[in-house]
Design a protein around this ligand. Structure first.
Ligand SMILES: [Zn+2]
Ligand SMILES: [Zn+2]
Length: 338
């Protein structure tokens, strides 16, 4: 089979690799049919993260199930599933507490497409091994377009959790999304609306993303407005330190900032200003598994439309070129065989 490998900074190529085999009775083999770029992928390819090549790329996809081990109960060949980015057992204390991103059965940060806790393959590959199939894979409702939920594995669900958790305890909340990466901010606009925000504004100078955020229901004309103490929830989907700071200073008393742009260094944050407002700051790798069914349901019911980010949809042969600098999302597709 072929794997899409980051070989060096800016170098992506399809490389022949041995087909994965079922390793345990709980495992399954899947074949990605719609694989999306995460906003992290561009940086992984460019070599601007702590994770060094070579490694197989990709940690967001909808796949068809090819084969399941003898202990797998809920899945069968031909099922369409969302494959979470994180490898997790579903049975350790962390998984049972809903923190699949901290699963202790596998190495810390074991996941697809990022060499952070070993090598587990990538979800652009022709096949992938899922070690804990029942615990990890989430079947798609019938009739749901795989393209629309290719990012449920990570970005889309991350955006949902960033919005819905703080909004669950805040009525009539005013939300500010600080954009800055390819798709996460626009997805967060949609999810804040789906989670019941009273209003959503979007802060980002990028014209295309502004346009997509506006189409997703955000106010985007913030020029010259004093944002200080204006928002109950700020979703910071940026890596820019100044933009993060601006978001934090836009928090109203009692507000919450969900920081979902992965920042690898240590920005200076206005801790005393935050103290005076009694705000909460949350940051962390999203434990997506338990939230994916809800996200699939939101898309299926029309509460949000991830395709509004206007992904570039390409075939496998065009993937290396398209993934180097996606405008928003890039979704790589292949025909089903089951
Ligand atoms: Zn990701
Ligand atoms: Zn676990």
């Amino acid at each position: 089979m072929k794997e899409l490998i980051v070989q060096g900074p800016g170098q992506l190529a399809w490389v022949e690799a041995p087909e994965p085999q079922l390793t345990t009775p709980a495992s399954a083999l899947v074949r990605p049919i719609a694989s999306a770029s995460c906003d992290l992928d561009r940086r992984l390819i460019a070599g601007t993260t702590p994770f060094k090549p070579p490694f197989a790329l990709g940690h967001e996809c909808v796949a068809e199930v090819l084969e399941v081990g003898s202990a797998v109960r809920n899945l069968h060949r031909g099922d369409l599933v969302s494959v979470p980015w994180k490898i997790a057992c579903g049975a350790c204390a962390q998984c049972l507490a809903g923190r699949s991103s901290a699963c202790t059965t596998v190495p810390r940060m074991a996941c697809y497409g990022v060499p952070a806790g070993g090598h587990w393959g990538g979800l652009f590959s022709e096949q992938a091994l899922v070690p804990f199939a029942d615990a990890m894979l989430v079947p798609l409702p019938a009739g749901l377009d795989p393209l629309a939920v290719a990012s449920a594995s990570d970005n889309l669900t991350d955006a949902w959790v960033a919005a819905s958790r703080p909004l669950a305890t805040r009525q009539d909340a005013r939300v500010l999304v600080v954009g800055g990466t390819e798709s996460l901010g626009v997805l967060a606009v949609q999810m804040a609306r789906a989670a019941g925000a009273a209003s959503v504004d979007y802060l980002d100078e990028h014209p295309l993303r502004q346009q997509l955020a506006a189409r997703s229901g955000a106010g985007v004309d913030l020029m010259g407005r004093d944002l200080d103490r204006s928002y109950d929830l700020v979703i910071s989907a940026t890596r820019d330190h100044q933009a993060l700071r601006r978001g934090l200073l836009a928090l109203a008393p009692g507000g919450h900032c969900s920081c979902i742009g992965i920042i690898f260094d240590d920005p200076k944050i206005p801790l005393f200003d935050m103290y005076l407002r009694d705000v909460t700051f949350s940051v962390g790798a999203c434990s997506v598994q338990r939230h994916i069914p809800k996200v699939l349901d939101l898309v299926h019911s029309g509460y949000c439309d991830p395709l509004l980010v206007e992904p570039q949809v390409v075939g496998w042969e065009d993937a290396p070129q398209a993934l180097i600098q996606p405008l928003t999302k890039c979704i790589v597709v292949r025909e089903r065989i089951t």
